[in-house]
Design a protein around this ligand. Sequence first.
Ligand code: F6R
Length: 264
Amino acid sequence: MLVLLKRDSEEISRQAAQLVAGAVRKKPGLVLGLATGGTMVDVYKHLVQLHKEGSLDFSRVVTFNLDEYLGLPATHSQSFHYFMREHFFSRVNVNPRNIHIPDGTIQGNYDQYCASFEEDIRKAGGIDLQILGIGRNGHIGFNEPTSSLASRTRLKVLSQETMDDNAKSFAPGEERPRCAITMGIGTILEARKIILLATGAAKAAAVAKSIEGPIASAVSASVLQLHPEVTFIVDEQAASQLTQREYYRRVLEMTALLTPDRLS
Ligand code: F6R
């Protein structure tokens, strides 16, 4: 596990975009796992900029988003389909046929739908690089605390904390999603490489538990300790409860010196 300590969200988003860009340049047909949320907005901004400058081609990239709210159509301004179109897909040249986002409008037969989403990932050759954010409660995707660490893509009931965090995005009185379709933790762990981004003091406890705490279903992101190629990129505030910050800095220096490929 690598822990990159950055000053602020600008540095984080720039670094994450560079890692994604490097991966796409190395493998133009990259299978890229994507996330939504406030942390990701500037990552997409930088990727769009690289594309507009002519240095990044997404035409062969295949994407799989982690999750979508149940009940929200792609046209709903709070849906993750809408988010992805606004911030990324309408601004770069990803082939629409290569875009996969769970469908929030399915009704019934959830298991069958989720199995077909998993099958699509398999048919694409598996996810090469998965980008993650993290919830205040340690969720990745919408794998809320106590999610099975072996879970697959499925219908998931949102925790109260997640619903509270999301409430500000919905108009007063508007019905808010209580469930989502999300890749499972087992699905996420199969990605060949994982990057998790965290900014702000509200994420500090979740980040510390995920990196330095025991692996527990109470903190879904802690399972990433089992993954051989995971990089946490955190800003000063989100890193404030980590006890081994000095060690992470030294690891980074030696990695840059001895195995620089690990950082690109
Ligand atoms: C979104 C997702 C979530 C978010 C997390 C952090 O696709 O999977 O796990 O990454 O809730 O969201 P922000 O960045 O808004 O704090």
